[in-house]
Every structure is written in C-alpha cells, then in structure tokens.
Design a protein around this ligand. Structure first.
Ligand code: KG4
Ligand code: ZN
Length: 331
C-alpha cells in the first residue's frame, strides 16, 4: 500500500518529522537540541520540552516542503508514544492528534524502541526470524523477532544503559555531552591498556554497565591522587573495548541458541565504530546477515518512527484521541 504517513518524534532531545510513501522515505527533518543541552552537561527535561514547542511547527513545515506533500494528502499521522521524557512526548503527541483531528485521519502510536529497530527497514528489508541488539541512551536489550512487530525481549540491562554509561564516563573525563561520539573518537586514538571487569549477571542475555563505569571512576581518582599522568584516549579505548565486549559476548551467546536469518543493530550507540565493526565480525562468524542503519538513522529521528508505522497501519493499530502516552512504555 502506498499510503502517505507523517511521523513525529519528540521523545528526548531531537525534534523530528518524517514523511513516508509506501516504503519510500520522502523527508526526514531532524532538529537536534544537543547544542542547547551541552551547557548543562546533559538533557534538561523542562528545557527540552520548551525547545520542542519552539521547533515543532518549523520542522513540520520543512518536512512537508522537502517531501512536496500537502497536509490533506497525508493518510495517517504517527507519533512516538513512549518510552521517553513525559513533557517531550506530549509535544509530538499533541501535534499528531491536532493534525489527525483536523484532517480526519487515523493516529498511530509508535514505540520508540520499535522505531530504532525499524531504522533497519528504511533502506533495507528485515527478514525473520531476526535478533536485534538495541543500544541507546535509555535502553540496552536483545530482542528476538519471529515476524513484523513481534518483539520478545530476551535480555536487558540490569542497571545503566550502555549509552548512559558512555555519557557518564565522558562526564568523569570532563568530556562534552553527549559522551558517546566523543569517547568513541578518542578511543580510536588510544590503546586498550586498562583491564576493566566484565560483570557476571543473572540471566543468560542480560547486561550490566554500572560496574565498568565505577571502575573508570575509581581508576581516574587513583591516577589523579597519585599524580600519575594518564591518557584520556587510553581510558576511552579501554572502556570502549569492555563495553563492546559486554554487548558482543551476549549477542554471540544468543546466536548459539536462536537460529536467525538476520542480526539487527539499533539505537544511538549503533553509531559506535567499534560496535559496528565487532557486530559485522560476529555476523560473519555465525553466517548470519547483518543490518546496521546508516549513521543518520541511528540516533533519534522520525524516519524510523515512520518506518515502523507502515506496519502498524497495515494492522490498523490506530488509537483514539484520548490516547495516553507512557514514558515507561515497553516493547
Ligand atoms: O537512541 P538515542 O539517540 O537516544 C535514546 O533513545 O536514548 O541514543 C543516544 C545515546 C547517547 O547516550 C549517546 O552518547 C549514544 O547514544 N551515542 C554513542 C555514539 N553516538 C551516540 N555511543 C557510543 N558511540 C557513539 N558513536
Ligand atoms: Zn532513541
């Protein structure tokens, strides 16, 4: 079906609107608030909501212009319904509800994590069964999928998400927010010379990242106290090697049990250079095809929400106008 769907993403610090026609992405406009949040060293929810209010109509107009589509031509309006920051989610939801009401079209609530997984469906085709590694600022999960929209979470973090650990390590090292891209860049210049522990966690496919973050903090404190010179690049390289090991060990273990046709990488941390490399190695070793979204679809964007919404539209997974967003929405 060549339906035209307009999707809105405002769950955290990106205001984004995308328009999709069938499987063809017509526009994906993203306004990132990173610069505004950098002065505070992280996302301030109240400021994020206000910036979404300021930017949403501008981003909407830009997307319509880029797609060469008029609002009455849109067949459905999709929005991120959670998980995310409550005030931020409200802005995109309100915008989608207003448009759907005005033009008498269906409303499609989309799970943000499902969106990250469906970033793999923008330029490629997901083939089932598939195993997805979701790695973002708020989530770290392994998801087994037998079919479209059939999500079985088989493993998750028991404490920090991997992106959160990256951001916290960056803070320990006085690096700017968001920490992931900076730590990744410095890690490429450094050497993996510090041994951080790989945690033992309950459950076959669960993760833990707070131990490695604390190990980085303890190491930095110790080196500073001893007045020993140290290279931030080496600490980044050692942390990155451990974080990626934690992730890939569990994915390899899951591939031993779950016979899948595809491995999918999803979420902001999917932009990580070492993780992309190691996941390709694993897919090669296990002879499983791998999909990794292009960098622009790894961090938050509405194209991934539009991509998931196509399949929800086919199932008529529509909601009413009194639909309530859920900041803790799970898959
Ligand atoms: O998916 P996302 O844009 O937002 C959430 O839904 O959380 O992910 C943001 C997270 C941040 O923690 C950021 O530091 C991390 O993704 N990130 C990275 C990289 N690029 C972004 N982490 C590691 N390496 C990167 N290259
Ligand atoms: Zn996200």
């Amino acid at each position: 079906m060549n339906k035209i769907i307009l999707a809105i993403e405002t769950s955290c610090d990106e205001t984004s609107v995308a328009i999709i026609k069938g499987n063809e992405l017509l526009a994906n406009v993203v306004y990132s608030q990173i610069a505004e949040h950098q002065v505070n060293g992280g996302v301030m929810p109240e400021l994020a909501s206000r910036l979404h209010v300021e930017k949403i109509t501008i981003v909407l107009e830009e997307a319509l212009k880029a797609a060469k589509v008029n609002l009455p031509e849109i067949d459905a309006f999709a929005f991120t319904a959670g998980p995310g920051l409550i005030g931020c989610l409200h802005i995109g939801t309100l915008c989608a509800k207003t448009l759907a009401l005005q033009y008498g079209k269906p409303l499609i609530p989309v799970n943000h994590i499902a969106g990250h997984i469906y970033a793999n469906q923008i330029d490629d085709e997901i083939i089932f069964p598939a195993l997805a590694l979701v790695v973002s600022g708020g989530h770290t999960e392994i998801v087994y999928m037998r079919n479209h929209l059939d999500f079985n979470v088989i493993g998750m973090t028991l404490d920090d998400a991997v992106g959160e650990a990256y951001d916290k390590v960056a803070r320990i090292l006085n690096l700017p927010y968001p920490g992931g891209p900076v730590v990744d860049k410095l890690a490429r210049q450094g050497n993996n010379i510090y041994n951080f522990p790989i945690p033992k966690v309950s459950g076959d496919y669960n993760f833990s990242f707070s131990g490695v973050k604390t190990a980085v903090l303890n190491l930095v404190n110790k080196l500073k106290m001893k007045l020993e010179p140290f290279s931030i690049d080496d600490i980044c390289a050692s942390f990155q090697a451990t974080a990626v090991d934690i992730l890939t060990n569990k994915i390899a273990k899951a591939l031993e049990k779950y016979e899948v046709k595809q491995l999918l990488l999803a979420g902001g941390v999917a932009a990580n250079s070492l993780l992309r490399e190691k996941m390709k190695e694993i897919s090669h070793n296990y002879k499983v095809e791998i999909l990794i979204p292009p960098l622009k679809y790894c961090t938050d964007n509405a194209a991934m929400i539009a991509s998931a919404s196509r399949f929800l539209y086919d199932r008529k997974s529509f909601c009413k106008f009194d639909y309530k967003i859920n900041p803790q929405l799970s898959l």
